[in-house]
Write a protein of this length. Structure first.
Length: 455
């Protein structure tokens, strides 16, 4: 059984031994030191108010690994002057639960509140979870459960109804950078070792951690312990960081020139119908630590900008790949990124939609805001009808082929043609259909289109 009863005040008063892993040595002890979860712990936010006003009750922390669930529970115990018991659902059964409950009730008789932190509470079966119920109801303990799984499915209803659920989010890259910087400067961390690391290296580790503080701190510790020791301190090289994160190209600036060079290479390779180059540049960006959702978003844009109606399925593929990347994350989503890169590279190309957007935007910038023609305005009131709103409107479905000669652009722009389809892929059929529509409308307006008038 992993059960640890701590005097939180003694623990905070002493510095952690150097033999303890870095993540344990620099664990935040106060709300001010805690990094991340601003939506819960920012000024005026619910959880912060409950802690500062000493009005805590049983709760569930739901979030991915390494976002501070255990740390936050211990801070709550310290802030509210409670006994803190760290209890693991992995190795504990009902007997251990009852033993802990007896300790908590004895502490209550002495006027001491107990915060019982249950890690991975979703691993308890229903009978084990039910064993907490009477003690939660009596107030013998404040239960704080932690889970990476949806508590709606993994925590039984009776217990869940007595707990407030707080959703903890993955830490941002900036959150992780702050934690790593603190670990390098804190006396409990490497503050006395004069470690030399570049911001680029720190950000590479932060990107590799993917929102997990524990992974980030363990990786930093490995890099520092393998650094080059001299009389001046410890110098960590790029090669040493690369070995720790197993990703050489993570050491590039995702907001700098190389980032934009790579996305440019990906975009132009797909536009040039080169699937080999497209997959190479896409996976190189992924391996470099770029957010797969960023890459997928750019592919969604590409599907309309460079393919459009030549293959409308390209947009569906790109969006599906975005969703797949969202569900799986790295590294599993690499095959989905490759799927999209290959499909988009092989699809027929047309920039007709992009050209149409640019020309419309140009007209919007350079002309006044043209009034909507009266005949295509709605007339929900009598006054609007009296002002001839909707007068002369032709409802397309009432006409053969759902076609009418009615014009819908403002008068000053009525002859503008923004969308000019090409003869690529499916857009060839679209071009033929559009030419037929334009000729039909011209005939029924008494106009004459020149040959090739749709070009």
């Amino acid at each position: 059984m992993q059960m640890q009863q701590l005097s939180i005040f003694d623990m905070q008063a002493e510095r952690a031994p150097k033999s303890m892993p870095l993540a344990g040595r620099v664990r935040p002890k106060t709300l001010e030191e805690f990094v991340g979860q601003e939506h819960l712990l920012g000024p005026g936010c619910m959880l912060r108010n409950l802690i500062e006003n000493d009005r805590i009750s049983s709760m569930i922390f739901w979030g991915p690994p390494g976002v501070g669930k255990t740390t936050l529970a211990s801070i709550i115990a310290g802030q509210t002057k409670s006994e803190f018991i760290n209890f693991s659902a992995v190795t504990s059964g009902i007997k251990e639960i009852k033993d802990v409950m007896k300790q908590a009730e004895d502490a209550t008789l002495r006027g001491i509140r107990t915060v019982l932190f249950v890690d991975e509470i979703h691993r308890f079966n229903k009978a084990q979870q039910d064993a907490f119920l009477p003690y939660v109801e009596k107030g013998s303990i404040v239960l704080i459960g932690a889970t990476t799984e949806n508590p709606s499915f993994e925590v039984n209803g009776a217990l869940l109804s007595r707990c407030k659920v707080f959703v903890l989010k993955p830490l941002t890259e900036d959150n992780i950078v702050a934690l790593l910087t603190h670990a390098l400067t804190s006396k409990d961390g490497f503050g006395e070792n004069n470690v030399k690391m570049s911001e680029r290296q720190i950000r590479a580790i932060a990107a590799f951690a993917n929102g997990d503080a524990r992974t980030a701190l363990n990786t930093l510790e490995m890099a520092v312990l393998n650094g080059n020791i001299s009389a001046d301190g410890i110098e960590v090289t790029d090669e040493q960081v690369e070995q720790c994160i197993s990703r050489k190209s993570l050491l590039y600036d995702k907001s700098g020139e190389e980032h934009y060079n790579l996305i440019s290479a990906l975009h132009k390779s797909m536009r040039n119908s080169d699937p080999d180059a497209a997959v190479y540049w896409a996976l190189r960006m992924l391996e470099s630590g770029d957010d797969p959702l960023y890459i997928a978003r750019r592919m969604v844009r590409f599907a309309s900008e460079d393919i459009g109606l030549a293959d409308s399925n390209a947009l569906a593929v790109a969006i599906n790949v975005y969703q797949a990347c969202h569900y799986l994350g790295v590294p599993e989503c690499n095959v989905h990124i490759a799927h999209a890169a290959t499909y988009l590279a092989m699809a027929p190309k047309s920039n007709a939609l992009e050209v149409a957007c640019m020309e419309v935007n140009e007209d919007l910038r350079n002309s006044r805001s043209e009034p909507v023609p009266l005949w295509i305005r709605n007339a929900p009131t009598k006054l609007m009808s009296d002002l001839h709103y909707g007068e002369g409107y032709m409802y397309a479905h009432n006409y053969e082929g759902a076609l009418t000669p009615m014009k819908c652009l403002p008068e000053s722009l009525e002859d503008r043609e923004y969308y000019r389809p090409k003869q690529s892929g499916d857009e060839a059929a679209v071009a033929k259909r559009l030419e037929e529509i334009k000729r039909w409308k011209a005939e029924h307006r008494g106009e004459v289109l020149p040959v090739g008038g749709d070009e």
